[in-house]
Ligand binder design. Sequence first.
Ligand code: ZN
Length: 379
Amino acid sequence: MRAPYGYQKSPENKHKLIPDEHAPIVKRIFRLTIEGKTCGAIANVLKNERVPTPGAYLRGKDGVLRKDKRVKYPYSWFQSTFRDILTNEVYIGNIVSLCHTSKSFKDKRLIERPKDEWIRALNTHEPIVDRETFYTVQKRISIKKPQNKANPANIFRGLVFCGDCDASLVYKKENSIEGTPKYQCNLYVHRGKRYCTNHSITAKSLKTIVLDDINRHIKLSCKNKAEYIDYLVCQTNSEINNAKASYQKEITKITQRLDELNVILQSMYEDKVFKRISEERYTSMSANLEKEEAQLKSRYNDIKSSLSQYSQNSEAAKKIADLIEQYSPITKLDEVLLNTFIEKIIIHEKRIENEQQIMPIEIHYRFIGKIGTSVNNCN
Ligand SMILES: [Zn+2]
């Protein structure tokens, strides 16, 4: 079997994969996708630089790559090639096998197995891309892209969603009364008001709000990175944050009580064995204690998972802070910057609050998710 693009079989151990001279191209394809480039745009970049496709060369028995002369268009990259590369877990160091099975004993045609039956061997070889990048790309490519040519002015493509129906917001260049491009709920535009409401926001307002918010983050991280990380953790899960101390106390109490119960149950059991208490009495008493034990254990697990969420949040906060600290305040937003910082933006419908018409906007950052809610003042 041929090694996947970007890898070759190790000369010492042919079961082991090692990155080859194409690994940087794989890395680059992932990076360009993160930056918001479509497969078509990446194909053009590679074609212009005359980067040969994975099928355009063969590796000889001597381990040297040679161009395959039978390939007619060695620089024509297909969308399906990118999809195969971008979705292959081999690039994060995993080997996934048994993805397919034959239809039946007689019918040998291959069909895809359900994903949960796939067999994964984790970290079998050196990864080419990091997991964060890989999983961000998986989310990105699951977004259905429009068939018509993407509008370069639509820098929020694939990033804005309706707060009521979860549909994406579509970019409307023309037909707008204000004469300025705007975003509207896809469901409302294509199916009508029985399905959703307008959720209309001008591209200009959206840019201003998002740019301000990103700059606010950059300034906070510039001022004091450690404080900024605390702020992020606080914002993402203030409940867990406030309850952290009391959770830890409760964990100590539960552990003590579980130890006690253990001792009591043990001695009761001995009492029963040596006939110091009756069988019926033992059964009823131990049933109660076991019920208490089960309740405590389930509470213990709940708290533990909340606390682990807390430490995951701190890690995520550190990641986005590491990213943000590399930037100084931005004057102009573009697609690359947006895709670097933002996972998605959720636009809620306008509503009246304190006699003001407002439009709440949730900006979800990469790694950490939602940090507060911005407001589009519609007056
Ligand atoms: Zn909607």
